[in-house]
Design a protein around this ligand. Structure first.
Ligand code: NAD
Length: 500
């Protein structure tokens, strides 16, 4: 079915076009980019890549649309987001197939996670558009939260639709207009998303899609003087480059970057439950999640038991063809990622860490495709490369500690601070540890994912927050209008306003 989607997109000319100003247009850029199926290593599509000229046209379209979209009632924006939400759910299977094809996600995971939780960001944005207090008063000062303007949104390939909706939803709810540049490695789901926006009736120029490469299209967005804000999810390397490029025009930069999140297993944790959950979370999406808890920090006296249970859990994963409904873990998303993961497994071995399971090379029977053996290292020292650097693949490290203070120090001992897990039976103790961890999220005993929980990084994991109210506020400016004395029940002289 993935192939059928590509055939349709090709037939309708989508692969050759960008979506700008409410229309599918041929780009000025002459480049093409291959979409490679990571399970076969074969190219399955090639798409038109835009350039800086295309960015300029898209930004101009977004600028033209900004005045009316930002002045539209939040309720009308909610109605449009509701249509987008409905269309994503209606086309859930097509999105799942496209994601599975472009980045190798097991179809069961694409269906159960990639698509439904992506839709959640649009649902939450819809609800917030209808309920957020865009106008409040403080004495005789009216405080308006206004759309910041034209936003450039740069997204990665690991959760391709989810990262798009986490930005587009709140940006549109806030009244911003956007130019989206998805990862050039996962453009199919982005093309389907642009179709949804079009069919939902998004006014021309409010949403624009420019496919292309980071150093060309992403950099053009970051430097463009008429872009008011850039939000990027990706590597810390790209996030730094975007911030540098954005600095001369003093635009707002939101960065969701890398991570090396800890999973701190407290001495009283019920290992039979905690360790399989830790392995599942660390290896979710084949370890290709920025907040994946990839460092298991465990009590030294329980190390042998942890290794045994972790190894059993990793061995139970079904690595294979992402199209098979039995597969839990497909290949990693691309050749660069495969090589990076192999390099890091090699680095772990060279540094003297001990392989508990997995290791170099592909799993038995999978000679083709970017498949990686789920790999656990123990005997890991906190300063080893495999304990410090983001690997972005199915590789977990187990680090032993002697007391909880040391465990917290290890947990905080990287340049990152995105996610964290704490597991233990004494909830008060687990909460006390959560308070000491320097990261944007801490999960106690594996709670369900929430689209309302703000998400973002401390330290080099980024700046800003996504999801929920905080995610909406990223896209707002604050304006104070002084001298609006408010009569009881009145509006301080600001009515009628588009914000009410
Ligand atoms: P990347 O940072 O290179 O790409 C992410 C996005 O940024 C893409 O859309 C890319 O085109 C764009 N980009 C790249 N260079 C840019 C530049 N100079 N200016 C503007 N935009 C630019 O990430 P990747 O190649 O997709 O993956 C490499 C590493 O990034 C991974 O190994 C992983 O560590 C990390 N990563 C993190 C996340 C996350 O969610 N935090 C997601 C994907 C990848």
């Amino acid at each position: 079915m993935g192939t059928a989607i590509i055939e349709r997109l090709a037939c309708e000319g989508r692969l050759d076009r960008l979506f700008i100003g409410g229309e599918w247009v041929l780009p000025a850029g002459q480049g093409r980019g291959a979409v490679v199926d990571p399970s076969t290593e074969e190219p399955v599509a090639d798409i038109a890549l835009g350039n800086a000229q295309d960015v300029a046209v898209a930004v101009a379209a977004a600028r033209r649309a900004f005045a009316s979209w930002s002045a539209s009632s939040p309720q009308s924006r909610a109605v449009l987001l509701d249509r987008v939400h409905g269309l994503i759910l209606q086309r859930a299977e097509s999105f799942a197939q496209a994601i599975s094809q472009e980045m190798g996600c097991a179809i069961s995971v694409a269906r159960a996670a990639q698509v439904p939780i992506a839709a959640e960001h649009i649902r939450v944005a819809r609800d917030l558009a209808g309920s957020y207090p865009f106008l409040t008063h403080r004495g005789s000062t009216a405080i308006l939260r206004e759309a910041i303007g034209v936003c450039g949104l740069i997204t990665p390939w690991n959760w391709p639709l989810y990262q798009i909706t986490a930005k587009v939803g709140p940006a549109l709810a806030a009244g911003c207009t956007v130019v989206l540049k998805p990862s050039e490695l996962s453009p199919l789901s982005a093309l389907l998303f642009a179709e949804v926006m079009h069919e939902a009736g998004i006014p021309a120029g409010v949403f624009n899609l420019v496919n292309g490469e980071g150093p060309e299209v992403g950099a053009a967005l970051a430097t463009h003087p008429d872009v008011d804000m850039i939000s990027i999810t990706g590597s810390t390397r790209a996030g730094v480059l975007v911030a540098q490029a954005a600095a001369p025009t003093v635009k707002r930069v939101a960065q969701e970057l890398g991570g090396k999140s800890p999973n701190l297993i407290l001495p009283d944790a019920a290992l039979a439950r905690a360790i399989p959950a830790a392995v599942a979370a660390g290896l979710r999406n084949v370890g290709q999640s920025c907040s994946a808890p990839t460092r298991m920090i465990v009590p030294r006296e329980r190390l042998a038991e942890v290794e045994r249970i972790a190894c059993e859990a990793a061995s139970a994963l079904v690595v294979g063809d992402p199209r098979s409904p039995q597969t839990t873990h497909g290949p990693v998303a691309n050749r660069a990622q495969f090589e990076r993961v192999q390099e890091m497994i090699g680095a772990g071995i060279a540094e003297g860490a001990r392989l508990v399971c997995g290791g170099l090379g592909r799993p038995k029977g999978l000679e083709r495709g970017f498949y990686v053996r789920p790999t656990l290292f123990s005997g890991v020292q906190p300063q080893m490369r495999i304990a410090q650097e983001e690997i972005f693949g199915p590789v977990l490290v187990i680090i032993a500690y002697d007391n909880v203070d040391e465990a917290v120090e290890i947990a905080n001992g990287t340049v990152y601070g995105l996610g964290a897990h704490v597991q233990g039976q004494d909830l008060a103790a687990a909460r006390a540890v959560a308070l000491r961890i320097r990261s944007g999220q801490v999960h106690i005993n594996n709670p369900p994912w929430s689209p309302h929980a703000p998400f973002g990084g401390y330290k080099r994991s980024g700046n800003g927050r996504e999801y929920g109210v905080e995610g909406l506020e990223e896209y707002l400016e604050t304006k104070a209008i002084l001298g609006c004395s408010q009569a009881p029940g009145g509006d301080g002289g600001l009515m009628p306003t588009p914000w009410q």
